[in-house]
Design a protein around this ligand. Sequence first.
Ligand SMILES: *[C@@H]1O[C@H](CO)[C@@H](O)[C@H](O)[C@H]1NC(C)=O
Ligand SMILES: *[C@@H]1O[C@H](CO)[C@@H](O)[C@H](O)[C@H]1NC(C)=O
Ligand SMILES: *[C@@H]1O[C@H](CO)[C@@H](O)[C@H](O)[C@H]1NC(C)=O
Ligand SMILES: *[C@@H]1O[C@H](CO)[C@@H](O)[C@H](O)[C@H]1NC(C)=O
Length: 512
Amino acid sequence: MAGGCGVALLLCCVSMAARTATATAFYTIPLKMFSGHFNSSAALNLGSLAEVEPTEDNLSLASDPAGKVNFLDMLDNLQGDSGRGYYMEMFIGTPPQTVNILVDTGSSNFAVAAAPHPYVTHYFDTALSRTYRSSGIVVSVKYTQGYWEGELGVDRVSIPKGPNGTISVNIAPILTSDGFFLPGVNWQGILGLAYPMLARPDSSVEPFFDAVVRQMGIPDVFSLQMCGAGILASVSGDPAAGSLIMGGIEPTLYKGSIWYTPIKEEWYYQVEILKLEVGDQNLNLNCKEYNTDKAIVDSGTTLLRLPKNVFNAVVDAIVQTSLIQKFSEDFWTGTKLACWLKGENPLQFFPKISIYLRAINTSQSFRITILPQLYIQPVAEIYNDFECFRFGISPSTNGLVIGATVMEGFYVIFDRAKKRVGFALSTCAESSGVALSEIAGPFAAADVSSDCLGGSLLREPVLWAISYALMGICGLTLLTLLLLMAFPCRCHRRDTTGEITDESSLVRNRIK
Ligand SMILES: *[C@@H]1O[C@H](CO)[C@@H](O)[C@H](O)[C@H]1NC(C)=O
Ligand SMILES: *[C@@H]1O[C@H](CO)[C@@H](O)[C@H](O)[C@H]1NC(C)=O
Ligand SMILES: *[C@@H]1O[C@H](CO)[C@@H](O)[C@H](O)[C@H]1NC(C)=O
Ligand SMILES: *[C@@H]1O[C@H](CO)[C@@H](O)[C@H](O)[C@H]1NC(C)=O
């Protein structure tokens, strides 16, 4: 009798520990830069941005009645490309030191190289800034790819092509790192634009954009236009560009209407995906599969990353639709390029891919569609007569990530004030006058579950509380059992601050 109860409770313990371990995975930040396996030469066309001729009438101060921000001054403040990330120039310290900072909506720390590293050309020297204050607290962030460690501090920062003014922000000078800086990158730090919940060491470290909004009084909105679509992923030069508009929406950066999807929870920019289509074919998976274990919008991730099942279904559908049978598996896994004779125009054989997102009216959806030009990406011409391409989609074990592959088709609005992410057609996502993306809606979402969020995860604070309560009961009972029966059970523990610790081997095995 008591033995049976013990086994049942042990199962309870193990299952709760597993759930908690899964939830802990939010500390892993999705795969970062695609490290550029291919040496490619730059042959770029920057024509598309030049077509955007902002006029006086198009000055967008609508969302900023006080007129504190001039969005036109922020146009083209980004450089870089999807392969190595989009970055912005910033001035740090007193007197100001100039550094380039990667724009990342998938993390929440502001960190800058503060010591020499073979892959950074220069770094922020804290000793030369008379306004820098160190807190002495060690901070580190681990990404799926790469890691850095430093010491938390505070300094004055301004953005030459951003809102006017100098503000005091948390900054983590990077002293050691591994796999974080990559060869050929022209940035020296990272600007995490997500919510406090992802900030390290804990959510009391105010993220950069929160500080901007609080100290400069601009609206709690930023928007991103990334213009690398169809441009060769290059190893030399920094051709493509983009804009990070802080404080609102700039009308010259999009066409048509903006479609909004709710932010399901404020940590990453987590959204809800209802359906995927390849060509006209609905993948027909259970919609929870698309959101396992979460679906996020992340400018710091190069590719469109799909949970493994979804990835396999997408590849199968592309193979069927494209009539291109002889592709080696290695193309889809990203280890080989596909090359065609020049002038063959292979992209015409590939289908469009559509992602259906929950609309603000939750019984409706809208879809964002990318053309093959966005996910079959040109790389170096290895042989003179050939054009080569890589596959811009990869499998993921930690959720679906709408990365640069998709974001480059759209002007993406992170409307934190209204807890929603907006998508509109980007003015720079076109090639020879042909739009590389489409957006349409509304569609009835009646055929889709009212809740597509990955079911197995704990997200809501209430669920966390229930989980902790259950674990508490579970742990207490087991402790009693242990004392009574000397029955060994290692239950997953929380530390005293109530945070999940990263110590469990379960977690380590998961993250690898
Ligand atoms: C890339 O290839 C070109 C031409 O073969 C070469 O000149 C260049 O040095 C290479 N770049 C890198 C970073 O290897
Ligand atoms: C803004 O520019 C677009 C495209 O040039 C134009 O269609 C639109 O009418 C302009 N808006 C205003 C308010 O003038
Ligand atoms: C900053 O201030 C200058 C001078 O007052 C003004 O011309 C400029 O438009 C402002 N920039 C922004 C981004 O508001
Ligand atoms: C929401 O969408 C449903 C289904 O299309 C529609 O019947 C309803 O009127 C919409 N609600 C609002 C407030 O627009």
